[in-house]
Write a protein that binds this ligand. Structure first.
Ligand SMILES: CC(C)(COP(=O)(O)OP(=O)(O)OC[C@H]1O[C@@H](n2cnc3c(N)ncnc32)[C@H](O)[C@@H]1OP(=O)(O)O)[C@@H](O)C(=O)NCCC(=O)NCCS
Length: 184
């Protein structure tokens, strides 16, 4: 499965892109991607911190192992050989082993073209198909991110709680909102 292309398409703004499984050796591309998006201080956990190649290689290897054991899904989006988006689901363990945690990001220049929506569809479909114990998908979202909230609602996710001031974003405290979707 490693490196296999699962989708080829054109965005609403005529950007051609494809989605594929990750493979060994992707960590340099992933490190560059995450460091760029971290610098942007968008609605993700990384807020300017730099990720080392060692850290990213460990993350990728862990993910590849989990994918091989049907414990995770990870898809990468490319346009012209450039990594422009990452999304995945990772299963929890023990009493929460039926819960998968979802995450997604698309590079700034490629947002609002419909790419995130296609990517999310592919990740959710793959997770339901490949992870038999998956029953509930959860995610966390910054309360000041209405665009992503709308997207998740459109996918059938519902808010189940929020931690008041649970996120420090650009010097301001905002609520951390939790959403879920039951898939079986
Ligand atoms: C959230 C994110 C992944 C969405 O990816 P994208 O490629 O920009 O999304 P799409 O263009 O496919 O839009 C998907 C839906 O999101 C919503 N949306 C996207 N941009 C929006 C905007 N500017 N205003 C309102 N809604 C918006 C819409 O519901 C849209 O569906 P529609 O096109 O049918 O109206 C992307 O914007 C991103 O990476 N943002 C920064 C990081 C982030 O917020 N990650 C999520 C953390 S929880």
């Amino acid at each position: 499965m490693q490196g296999k292309i699962i989708f080829n398409g054109i965005s609403r703004k005529n950007t051609s892109f494809y989605i594929r499984y990750p493979k060994i050796g992707d960590s340099t591309l992933m490190q560059d991607y995450i460091n760029t998006i971290s610098e942007e201080q968008t609605f993700i956990r990384f807020q300017g911190e730099k990720v080392t190649l060692e850290h990213e290689t460990k993350f990728l290897n862990d993910q590849l192992e989990k994918i091989s054991k049907n414990q995770a899904v990870l898809f990468l989006v490319f346009s012209d050989q450039k990594l422009i988006g990452i999304s995945g689901i990772e299963m929890k363990d023990r009493t929460s082993k039926h819960e998968g945690v979802f995450g997604i990001s698309v590079a700034k220049e490629f947002r609002c073209q419909g790419i995130g929506k296609i990517l999310m569809h592919k990740v959710l479909d793959e997770a339901v198909e490949d992870i038999p114990q998956l029953k509930i998908i959860t995610l966390g979202i910054f309360a000041n991110n209405p665009a992503a909230f709308k997207m998740y609602e459109n996918f059938g996710f519902k808010e189940f709680g929020r931690l008041p001031e649970g996120i420090l974003h650009k010097g301001k405290y905002v609520d951390h909102v939790y959403m879920y979707k039951k898939v079986r």
